[in-house]
Design a protein around this ligand. Structure first.
Ligand code: NAD
Length: 350
């Protein structure tokens, strides 16, 4: 059987890690018919949009995509392609497993955490008003001068619907993967309306899993400290969008860095697999960055396609290459390039 999968090379270092990942996936023996679709800065220059409709259509049709990173201009310019894909396809759950493999540079061993980040709401909603805009002035008036004059304003929406489905996703994931605990993380002591609603909704969902999965809450600031001191006490962590983004980089750091941090964006029937890291434009074309994060994302994709044996085999080969340290990239203490690392994984597949 062959699977049809949309392949988005992205920009910056995206195309090189995607090329290596495709070779590795093909070497597992799983047959994939890749449909290449563009996104990012390069296609923006050609077509005037960083996310052509044909790319979204391809993902909608194939229901599964493997995606390289895409650059987002800071402060000005087009909005994030990554956020647009997640919102357009309603990929509400961002799953980011953080696991230590023996041989990575980390002060911790045996970490096996999963970050579940809400992907469609919160400050990522893109509802923003520039300083001195009519809307900003109206909101300042509504705030009864709690907001300073001439402020720019970003809106943080959190809904019961959005929270319910992400927390349920986290608990269902915990049950399916023999996990013990879900920790919900917010700053509800300060944002009583939005983060307060997240907790209130999460507590209701948690009741349905009583006796099966433990539920607890942490404030985001405390959680950051706890994670760098005792990450082993955490299991599945569920958070609104922005805290989830920040905390998943922190967790990536705990398990050896962005080079080994995979991710998946999941909706009800569409899945887009991509690394946590960005396009690292300064390393573009240098055959330098670590492809493991994207290869581990491809491993999540194989699991999603129910190719469990190929996924296990792939993970074993990755673990061996990391452990042996002979063919790893700079971030893992080696001198190998992207391609050489990929080749080493292929040679270790059984
Ligand atoms: P980045 O993740 O691209 O890089 C930060 C640093 O992490 C790099 O300089 C490098 O030292 C290290 N790093 C990242 N990936 C690595 C890899 N595979 N191997 C080895 N080292 C690696 O983050 P950034 O520089 O903040 O962002 C660059 C661009 O990527 C921005 O435009 C940002 O918006 C975008 N971005 C895209 C995605 C995505 O496509 N999903 C995610 C995050 C950031």
């Amino acid at each position: 059987m062959s699977y049809k999968v949309t392949l988005i090379p992205g920009d910056g270092t995206g195309p090189e890690i995607v090329e290596t990942t495709v070779k590795v996936v093909e070497a597992t023996g799983v047959k994939i018919d890749w449909e290449i679709a563009d996104a990012g800065i390069d296609i923006m220059e050609k077509e005037g949009t960083p996310l052509p409709k044909s790319t979204l259509d391809s993902i909608k049709k194939n229901k599964v995509a493997l995606k390289g990173p895409v650059t987002t201009p800071i402060g000005t310019g087009f909005r994030s392609v990554n956020v647009a894909i997640r919102k357009e396809l309603d990929l509400f759950a961002c799953l980011r497993p953080c696991k230590t493999y023996k041989g990575v540079k980390s002060v911790f061993e045996d970490i096996d955490l999963v970050v579940v980040r809400e992907n469609t709401e919160d400050l990522y909603a893109g509802v923003e008003f520039d300083e001195n805009s009519v809307e900003a002035k109206q909101i300042i008036e509504l705030s009864k001068n709690k907001i300073r004059e001439n402020s720019a304003i970003s809106i943080k929406p959190i809904s019961a619907f959005g929270t319910e489905r992400i927390v349920k996703f986290a608990f269902d994931y915990a049950v399916k993967n023999n996990r013990k605990k879900v920790t919900a993380v917010t700053k509800a002591n300060i944002m009583k309306a939005t983060d307060g609603l997240f907790y209130k909704t999460a507590r209701e969902i948690a009741k349905n899993y009583e006796g099966k999965i433990e539920y607890e809450e942490r404030l985001i600031d405390n959680m950051c400290m706890q994670l760098v001191q005792k990450p082993k006490i955490y299991d599945v962590i569920v958070l609104p969008n922005l805290y989830g983004d920040i905390l998943s980089d922190l967790c990536a750091g705990i398990v050896g860095g962005l080079g080994v941090a995979p991710g998946a964006n999941l909706g009800n029937d569409i899945a887009v697999f991509e690394a946590v890291h960005g396009s690292s434009p300064k390393y573009k074309g240098l055959n330098k960055v670590n492809p493991i994060a994207l290869i581990l994302s491809a491993k999540l994709m194989l699991e999603y396609l129910s190719e469990q044996e190929a996924a296990r085999n792939l993970e074993k080969a990755i673990a061996k290459v990391i452990f042996e340290k002979k063919h790893v990239t700079y971030d893992l203490g080696g001198t190998a390039g992207t391609k050489e690392l990929g080749q080493a994984i292929i040679e270790n597949l059984s």
